[in-house]
Design a protein. Structure first.
Length: 381
């Protein structure tokens, strides 16, 4: 498979906005650009300071007006993207839409211009909507024209196949840049005898940060724990008030939103990284922390059990402060944490590096563009 492809990627979000989808699309696009492909992004302008158009590390980025970070906003933003996608789709070899909402613009491009279409379903919102029968036709509509439906966990893949039984699907856990995310100098100072926990979560209900805060009083007297929450969101004031009410305000630091490039040093400060999600696709943050040789404690939901087991961390039942406290105490009592961290990084390098993810995607693109060997790419790619 040789030659250069022109790849169009419509995606609801993109850096500088911080998040798992944003990181995955950026690292994938950057790696493909480094391999000589032309990659064009059509996305929303979520940060006012972001330019409407720029070339970012070889990636051609086009940002359009954002109608908000909610379902109605997603649909309106996707509709607004249709003219721009159509203006670029005619010269591309393949379109790859990220998120089910933004697949609408790619579907129109496929319908009118017959460009090959791949869609990656990233988000846990998809799982939530799929449980509602009245929502299923609206989920099928933007996905049904895709030649391949990718998903970031086996759970999402299963739901996708239930919605579209005849579709060609493939679960691929999102990749991360293991050159950026690696052990390094810690950014956070730790007091003598302190057990430092990092929770890299946006402060929204589905991420379950409240239950981590509620777990802290259960640890008092047994463990001197301090939690750094790297993330912001609408629940920040509520969580700060909860910490005060529970008497653990001194044990919780709300760091706000942290730039992705600064997170390796934050992770490297941690004795434990906690992912207390109530629903989850596959946590990019968990993989990034694992690449920094951190032990992970995570909810037993979504795609998290696909990447975390007893060799690299511990799983707990979602929404249970008691279960979280027990998981934290269990890790704090282990003497092999360093070895678990090394195994975590080895596992990420072997299975979920962005280079490996780019290899898989590149093979799919060449195949759909009619320039591959013709054999379908399977789950063992």
């Amino acid at each position: 498979m040789k030659g250069r492809l022109r790849i169009l990627m419509p995606t609801i979000y993109f850096p500088p906005r911080v998040g798992g989808i944003e990181s995955h699309v950026y690292y994938l696009a950057r790696e493909l650009a480094r391999r000589g492909h032309v990659v064009e992004i059509v996305t929303t302008r979520t940060e006012k300071a972001s330019p409407a158009a720029e070339v970012l590390e070889g990636i051609e980025v086009n940002r359009l007006h954002s109608f908000g970070k909610h379902p109605v906003g997603w649909v309106l933003s996707s509709l607004l993207a249709v003219p721009k996608v159509l203006s670029l789709a005619g010269r591309c070899d393949v379109m790859h839409c990220h998120t089910f909402a933004f697949a609408l613009s790619g579907s129109v491009g496929n319908l009118l211009l017959r460009r090959p279409l791949i869609v990656t379903v990233h988000e846990s919102h998809f799982l939530r909507f799929a449980k509602k029968k009245y929502m299923r036709p609206f989920l099928r509509l933007p996905l049904m024209r895709a030649a391949i439906l990718l998903s970031t966990s086996k759970e999402i893949d299963k739901v996708t196949r239930e919605l579209l039984p005849k579709a060609r699907t493939l679960p691929i856990v999102n990749g991360i840049d293991t050159d950026v995310f690696r052990p390094g100098a810690p950014a956070l100072k730790k007091a003598e005898g302190e057990f430092l926990i990092v929770c890299p979560r946006r402060l929204v209900e589905k991420n379950g940060v409240e239950f981590l805060v509620r777990a802290l009083p259960l640890l008092k007297g047994n463990l001197r724990a301090k939690v750094y929450i790297a993330g912001d969101g609408p629940l920040r004031s509520h969580l700060q008030g909860l910490a005060r009410d529970l008497g653990v305000m001194n044990e919780v630091v709300f760091m706000g939103s942290i730039e992705n490039t600064k997170m390796p040093s934050v992770f490297s400060s941690a004795d434990l990284v906690v992912i207390p999600s109530l629903v989850e696709a596959t946590s990019i943050a968990a993989l990034e922390a694992m690449a920094c040789e951190r032990v992970i404690a995570a909810s037993r939901v979504g795609g998290l059990p696909e990447i975390i087991d007893g060799r690299v961390g511990v799983l707990f039942e979602p929404g249970s402060p008691q279960a979280i406290a027990e998981a934290i105490a269990a890790v704090a009592g282990r003497s092999d944490a360093a070895g678990m961290g090394r195994e975590a990084r080895r596992r990420v390098e072997q299975n979920w590096s962005i280079s490996r993810m780019a290899d898989i995607h590149e093979r799919l693109y060449f195949e759909l563009a009619g320039r591959g060997p013709g054999a379908k790419v399977g789950a063992d790619a």
